[in-house]
Design a protein around this ligand. Structure first.
Ligand code: HEC
Length: 112
């Protein structure tokens, strides 16, 4: 796909997401902006971690991402780094971040 059509696709997909989903729907653009500010140094913009010990988040389940972020925020799941990061996130931030990472397409290859 050419870059221009990719941009059109994303603009379209985002417009669709924001109109179709009203309650608690992840906004991809807002999610991406947050990732750039708060997550990409460790988890990568594309969800492939660049810090040893940080999880790959690309293509992870939306529901799972939301649950983990809320668990770090409440202290139900404990980690010194993610505990601090998650406390800065609102419910909307969490929905947007989960939407971004969950929407990244991944392919897997079984071990030979
Ligand atoms: C300074 C590095 C750092 C930053 C910044 C950071 N993380 Fe993490 N993240 C980690 C580490 C390390 C872990 C593994 C923690 C553990 O073992 O529970 C982790 C774990 C997670 C997990 C759990 C993954 C799983 O498989 O259960 C999620 C979800 C997550 N981070 C999302 C985010 C999001 C979203 C942001 C930005 C708002 C962010 N992180 C910012 C380092 C970071």
């Amino acid at each position: 796909m050419k870059r221009s059509s990719q941009i059109k696709f994303w603009a379209c997909a985002t417009a669709l997401l924001t109109t179709v989903n009203t309650v608690n729907a992840g906004d991809l653009v807002a999610g991406r902006n947050k990732v750039e500010m708060m997550c990409q140094n460790c988890h990568g913009l594309n969800g492939v971690a660049n810090l040893p010990g940080a999880a790959n988040l690309a293509g992870q389940q939306d529901e799972y991402l939301r649950r983990q972020l809320k668990a770090y925020r409440s202290g139900e799941r404990q980690d010194p780094v993610m505990g601090v990061v998650a406390k800065m996130l609102t419910d909307d931030d969490i929905a947007n971040l989960a939407a971004w990472y969950a929407s990244i397409k991944v392919t897997v290859t079984d071990p030979e």
